[in-house]
Design a protein around this ligand. Structure first.
Ligand code: GLA
Length: 391
């Protein structure tokens, strides 16, 4: 696909592009913790978006979406949200760069890839990070990678309307081959954990549903967490996010909570602890304990945070019946998308066959499964294309 995208660029724009790749992500554990200043454990995967890009010496940005076979053109002197939804992820990044004072000159772009849309693998973060990386490279802005991550996140807030945390964009940019990365979403300290994949594989089961509640409920969860923080802050002035909250604090003040807010807070506090415990298990090579934490995470997301759905619950329940699966949970924002499963390598085929059959019987939908390989974050792509385009 990389080759096709590059060729499409050359055919449309008659010059050689810079080519950048930017991956989607999985999250092993630590869900809905990022915007609560907690911990996450994502990894970049071999589902990627490719960008062929070069300056065009005008004040116009011309884009071609390879998968959709659609084109669009925008005046860089007047960037604002568009009614072409795919273009907003790109425009959002351009707007962030402009707001930060960078002179984004005219450029041409062909982009596309194989990150399934709406599957919770962060195709949008891959698009945002990829474009930010490519423009930074082509125009020599020298913006540090963390700043690019934050710009990509704000692009999502302002041009896609989802007040996402930092996890997806961070994972897409900072991923490392064969490693998961634990991020402290408060300090932004991070540490890589080697995933010993000799005996296991990460398998994604794509429900292929996306309940349309997803983004409105996401923003509601953020508000519910903020309500919990406001309550506890009255008793503990040092509490400024759920990251600061302990189980004891919650127990002390249970009666004052709206029951729904209580459940949300309880989940987040527990999930942060689980990320720590899961990382300790990884360090010891104790994949069994790691898998148990994944199941516990799902249970919390299902019953306390209430962002799961029948399709996800069914898949996790089916997986839990197989002793070749160490752990499974819904992944990402919820209300559809994928489950992530830690499966014994020698049982991969049986696993996919059984899951497909069960899902077909239950919902009449053909399950899609992907074996995720863990790759590096956004980078220049290795192509045979010769000299890079110059400004
Ligand atoms: C989405 C958001 C992330 C994160 C997850 C839930 O993927 O983009 O920032 O909040 O949901 O963990």
């Amino acid at each position: 696909m990389l080759q096709e995208i590059t060729e499409k660029f050359e055919e449309r724009y008659q010059q050689k592009p810079v080519v950048v790749r930017s991956p989607g992500r999985v999250n092993l554990i630590g869900e809905h913790t990022d915007y609560n200043e907690g911990f996450v454990l994502p990894a970049a995967i071999n589902k990627e978006i490719y960008f062929a890009l070069a300056p065009n010496h005008t004040n116009t940005f011309r884009a071609y979406a390879f998968n959709l076979e659609q084109e669009a053109e925008f005046d860089l002197g007047n960037v604002h949200p568009s009614d072409i939804s795919w273009a907003n992820y790109l425009l959002g990044v351009v707007a962030q760069l402009q707001q930060a004072g960078y002179d984004v000159r005219g450029f041409d772009l062909v982009f596309g890839g194989n990150v399934p849309l709406g599957a919770g693998l962060s195709s949008s973060a891959a698009v945002e990070c990829g474009l930010a990386f490519a423009l930074n490279h082509v125009f020599d802005f020298n913006i540090p990678k963390f700043t690019l991550v934050k710009m990509a996140q704000l692009a999502e807030h302002e041009y896609a309307g989802v007040r996402c945390g930092i996890m997806d964009q961070f994972a897409s940019m900072f991923g490392k081959k064969d490693h998961a990365v634990k991020l402290d979403c408060r300090s932004l300290d991070y540490a890589y954990y080697k995933l010993d994949m000799a005996d296991y594989r990460i398998v994604l089961c794509d429900t292929q549903v996306k309940h349309n509640l997803a983004s409105s409920e996401y923003n509601t969860r953020r508000l519910e967490c903020e309500a919990g923080v406001a309550l506890l802050h009255q008793h503990y002035p040092a509490v400024t996010s759920l990251r600061d909250v302990t189980t004891e604090m919650l127990e002390q003040h249970t009666a004052e909570f709206d029951p729904v807010i209580y459940k949300r807070c309880k989940y987040v506090v527990n999930e942060n602890n689980r990320v720590e415990e899961a990382c300790q298990a990884l360090e010891k090579g104790d994949m069994k304990t790691f898998g148990e934490k994944m199941y516990a995470s799902h249970s919390g997301l299902q019953h306390y945070y209430e962002v799961s759905c029948p399709e996800l619950d069914f898949l996790v329940e089916q997986a839990s019946r197989l002793d070749t699966v160490l752990g499974a949970r819904m992944m990402g924002g919820g209300f559809g998308g994928c489950t992530i499963n830690l499966v014994k390598l020698d049982a991969l085929e049986t696993f996919t066959r059984q899951m497909e059959a069960a899902y077909q019987r239950q919902f009449g939908i053909t399950l899609k499964t992907y074996v995720a390989e863990i790759v590096d974050g956004s980078s220049l792509a290795e192509t045979e294309i010769m000299p890079h385009a110059q400004v």
